[in-house]
Design a protein around this ligand. Sequence first.
Ligand code: ADP
Ligand code: ZN
Ligand code: ZN
Length: 742
Amino acid sequence: MAVLRAGRSVSAPILRVAVPGPLTRLFDYLPPVESADSPAPPVPGTRVLVPFGRSRRVAVVVQWGERSDVAPQRLRPIERALEASPALPHDLMALAEWAAGYYHHPLGEVLSAMLPAALRRPDPPDTEEPPRWRLTAAGRDTCAAGIAGAPVQQRLLTFIGAHPEGVDQSALKTLSDRYHAPLRTLQAKALVEPAPREPIAATTRSGPALHDAQSRAVTAIADTLGVFAPFLLHGVTGSGKTEVYLSLIATVLAQGRQALVLVPEIGLTPQLLARFGERLATPVALLHSGLTDRERLAAWRRAASGEAGVVLGTRSAVFAPLPALGLIIVDEEHDPSLKQQEGFRYHARDLAVIRAQRAAVPVVLGSATPSLETLSNARRGAYATVELDERAGGAKPPRLELVDVRRRRAREGLSIPLIESMQAELDSGGQVLLFLNRRGWAPTLICDDCGWTAECSRCDARMTVHRRKGRLRCHHCGADAPEPTACADCASEALVHLGQGTERVEEALAEQFPAVETIRIDRDSTRRRGALDAKLKRVRSGEAGILLGTQMLAKGHDFPGVTLVGVLDADRGLFGADFRSAEHLAQTVLQVAGRAGRGERPGRVLIQTRNPEHPLLQALIAQGYGQVAASLLEERAEAGFPPAAHMALIRAEAPHAEAPEQCLAAAREQLEAAGVVGVEVFGPAPAPLERIAGRYRAQLALQAPTRAPLHAALRQLRPWLEEAKPARRVRWSIDVDPVDLT
Ligand code: ADP
Ligand code: ZN
Ligand code: ZN
């Protein structure tokens, strides 16, 4: 079926639309009932409101067709087009269709994931920029004199007066929730007036002169502008990758084109945003999950209009509309959070490469610890590699050492050698970063008399003690209960907190180093909007001597004052169930280590372990990431795991244990009956964590040396899953290139 584009008119075509939902097929509609203001039927990419069963849905026109298999009397017209020109331009529609095919996911769901949430509803809000305000001459006089009896007005005047260039109205919220009326009064008294919207900073600061390796990287990549060229930018932490990005983006902007920059974490965006803002003369549209729907829509529109020269965002920003796309950058490309783990399970890095290919632009995958997938693509020549081997500005690489905690008794997770090194480091004015990937007080509550442990009633997992709140919490399903005072089995009151979480270590640090401020960064301590930023500022200002946190800390942040890093527990990653555990441990340790000694003083990294002889840890301290990764790649090839093979996982879950395995066993039979060749099928087997939130989970793994037979098998399986009886009793999903096997 040919797709007809805007401009060509056909008399009363059939509109094939994608409706969000579990079914792969498209649905046929007639154009809206003819009216004066909608002369032509909506073109592909346009959002439309359609009657669907007994409800109405926001759907997207995918194609025009000439006839339908649906009986004419049953065809219904769409209710109305929701916009005059399509929200999704042709390139995004094509990317969506590609992704729906690759991930074996319904196009309607893919398109819905692409759209900002506000556009999944019929009538999106207006996203006009908020007004800006400044003081009038009279306002400046009044501000100095003071307004008696009107404290909010006074505060507004003082605040606005502190910003002669003007203040966004939205910023006034922070002063008072009820600023509207006082602001109107001030305007009525002619004390404040609308300020002109600032043009983009005309003067930008120039960066440091690039060192040789950076210049070579920039030249190699910039030479490919205008054609598809994938690059692995492999640069140790602090080697100046961001400077390379900035230089490339400036070149792209100068050509009148846009750049798309993906990062794994929202936490990283403020830092990068500030750096981009002072260096690039263009608005930067920020897209991440921390925004309100309206803010997100506004940013999306600034990207779509071409006003924003740079789009900076997390995973889903890979779908941002960029009419003049010239370059894509994926920073920290190894990070698992670039993979969506539910619903439409896409990998933003992989889609970035596909998008770059279709748009004929270069794509740069940057990391100090590249994923084995990307390294293997680079090795076989599919990606060009550019390396930055040295830290910028002459900083030395950190030194890694293992601390055997079997022999040295640890106090609340802190060994004597670590405590002594911390003391020395703090005494000489350095900062210390401690990494512990476990939030809460203690991971286990155990009865000293009978050995009972507090478990989640809905998951195969223990409850974590959050002592300060007096609660037990399940980190898998969110279950929350008061901490018991007696054992549920034997009623003994001898309950013990076993193991350490960040809260507990924080308290131990306060005892051990009473004069030093510790900043704890984990999901609990940064829930409030702006909290993470405030904490990071305190660390960077040097006021806090110790920084303690979970993996939130391992990513991309730059702490020049940190000279000592402690990895409190390296062992959990050594024996993980997942074939990627070793890779992730190596990446995490080196990423955390990379936070140390970025300034003038060299850094030291102490890794606490009970397995100091473990080959992976030995390799990590003795060799660089390149060698460690090379041997991991060999292991994968021997075991036949990705990237040496391609994998897909069929997952099924249900409130009863049998249904998921029965469904997957039937799926397996289905594949065998269909005579699928060239694909190995493993399972069904219970998921490593079988029960989460009261649901039993099982999986079937499909693996093949090349992609074609794997996709052929999935194409067989998907329609069966949509129809078959055993599949109706479970919630199932297809995960292509799974990252997390739990
Ligand atoms: P990465 O992104 O690889 O971690 P950055 O680009 O953030 O590295 O650079 C690390 C630090 O080195 C930053 O403080 C940056 O300003 C500085 N830097 C980068 N390139 C240079 C250079 N060519 N000369 C001097 N300092 C540099
Ligand atoms: Zn007991
Ligand atoms: Zn639970």
